[in-house]
Design a protein around this ligand. Structure first.
Ligand SMILES: [Zn+2]
Ligand SMILES: [Zn+2]
Length: 133
């Protein structure tokens, strides 16, 4: 059996994947570094100040939530400490959840939705089948 991993196609795919990874990593690193150059090293929420010693805790947040929207003037970036950054993203998720509940009209669904109705039918059918010789 010849070893498949040495075929040119597999090597090419590996190279493409590696390249895509490098590009994505480079872009992420790039916008954070640019944001750190543009803005003072202060969290936009809790106003905590940062220095080279703890700079790894300061992250670039995308105001519109779109990580591909990276205007060079930094208008879509905001520097947040890792805690406020996490809280900011949780807030967005919470808001989305609340909006979904309101739009769904949750009051009506329990009355019309009977989750065990189909299950009962399935069980009945199954036991019928198993009764057969
Ligand atoms: Zn903060
Ligand atoms: Zn963010």
């Amino acid at each position: 059996m010849p070893a498949k991993r040495s075929t040119p196609d597999a090597g090419r795919l590996d190279r493409i994947v590696a390249e895509a990874r490098r590009t994505a990593a480079g872009r992420e690193k790039g916008y954070r570094e640019q944001a750190l150059k543009l803005y003072p090293w202060v969290c936009g929420r809790c106003a905590r100040e940062f220095s080279h010693a703890n700079l790894q805790l300061l992250e670039a947040h995308h105001r519109d939530g779109n990580h591909d929207n990276n205007p060079p003037d930094g208008s879509n970036w905001e520097l947040l400490c890792t805690y406020c950054h996490e809280a900011e993203h949780r807030k967005v998720l919470d808001n989305a959840g609340r909006g979904g509940d309101q739009a769904g009209g949750g009051k009506d669904s329990p009355a019309t939705y009977r989750p065990f109705e189909k299950l009962g039918a399935l069980l009945t059918r199954k036991s019928d089948e198993s009764d057969k010789p």
